[in-house]
Design a protein around this ligand. Structure first.
Ligand SMILES: C[S@@+](CC[C@H](N)C(=O)[O-])C[C@H]1O[C@@H](n2cnc3c(N)ncnc32)[C@H](O)[C@@H]1O
Length: 307
């Protein structure tokens, strides 16, 4: 059970901060296990579960570089404070001109500190690149974004990384999920949080059925225990791939609420799913967790259809 959830310095759509406690209840990690996180995003899951050995990977080179620079002590909380104070001051003075100036500079030089600045001042904390891998998210229109308190919050998030990195043996790699999963062995644990299938079809980095099947095949071939985060259903639709691609898995659900605008009546609910290739009841620790075994449900449906 994770006592306090640490929020990493990077923001990303689909961040799993709210699932960390549930994931921690049903994962296997020991000092001999390597924790593999092929779609690390902000890394919030592994950073909180704090395994001794881990490989965090993503195809976004800039998150990986930022974390490697902190790990190698080329960037620290002091440097982050100085940088954000300077750039935050310029943003307050020059507003969007400065945001677009930093965005152009980042697309030329790829400085991980500029990536952090853009991530915290762009529209909705989005991370999106065009087909030439240029960051193209517009300005969030908050010239006072980098207030003293906000900078301190980010600096403390970096400090947490500085503290935790030397205590563990962690690697950060920029590579596709296939290469990351190939490294895992039977005694390891793989946590996957790919882009949600059938939801965010982005013109550049799209995730489709073929990718989902490749992921499934690679996970089973590894022989490792694995867990996959995906969406299950909302008021309008359900994820049809669960009962097809992942039909051998066990499934846990958690409801997640999000707002479209500020009004209470615009509160929407989404059921999230965790799919596992092992029975989570064997490692239930403190709480009794409800889960469904998909292969069982699936064969019941088939039996019903036949008879
Ligand atoms: C939903 S996000 C992960 C969020 C993360 N679990 C968190 O809580 O912050 C999906 C991530 O997968 C990465 N990604 C997309 N395609 C990939 C691929 N083919 N191989 C590895 N990573 C990929 C994206 O860059 C993104 O960071």
């Amino acid at each position: 059970m994770v006592e306090k959830i640490y929020v990493p310095p990077i923001k990303i759509q689909g961040i799993k901060t709210k699932l960390v406690d549930l994931i921690s209840e049903v994962t296997y990690i020991s000092d001999d296990t390597v924790w593999y996180e092929p779609f690390m995003g902000s890394g919030v899951v592994g950073l909180n579960l704090a395994p001794k050995h881990a490989v965090f990977a993503d195809t976004n080179p800039y998150v990986i570089e930022l974390y490697n620079e902190i790990k190698n002590k080329n960037i620290n909380s002091y440097i982050v404070r100085q940088y954000l104070e300077k750039e935050g001051h310029l943003l307050a003075e020059r507003d969007e001109k400065h945001y677009y100036y930093v965005r152009d500079r980042f697309n030329e030089e790829h400085n991980p500190l500029d990536f952090l600045f853009l991530n915290r001042s762009c529209f909705n904390g989005m991370i999106r690149f065009n087909k030439n891998y240029k960051f193209n998210v517009p300005y969030g229109h908050k010239p006072e974004r980098f207030s003293k308190g906000y900078i301190t919050k980010i600096v403390n998030q970096v400090k947490r990384l500085e503290e935790i990195f030397p205590k563990n043996s962690w690697q950060f790699k920029c590579q596709s999920f296939i290469n990351t999963i190939k490294e895992a062995t039977e005694k390891d644990f793989i946590y996957c949080d790919p882009p949600y299938i059938g939801r965010h079809v982005d013109y550049y980095d799209s995730w489709n059925e073929e990718s989902e099947i490749k992921l499934r095949d690679a996970l089973y071939a590894s022989g490792a225990k694995f867990m996959l985060s995906t969406w299950d259903k909302n008021k309008y639709r359900e994820n049809k791939y669960i009962n097809v691609v992942w039909k051998e898995c066990y499934k846990l659900n958690r409801e997640h609420f999000y707002f479209v605008g500020a009004k209470e009546k615009n509160r929407n609910s989404m059921i999230e799913a965790l799919l596992m290739n092992y029975d989570p009841s064997i490692i239930q620790r403190e709480k009794k967790i409800e889960y469904e075994q998909l292969s069982f449900v699936f064969s019941e449906i088939k039996k019903h259809a036949m008879g």
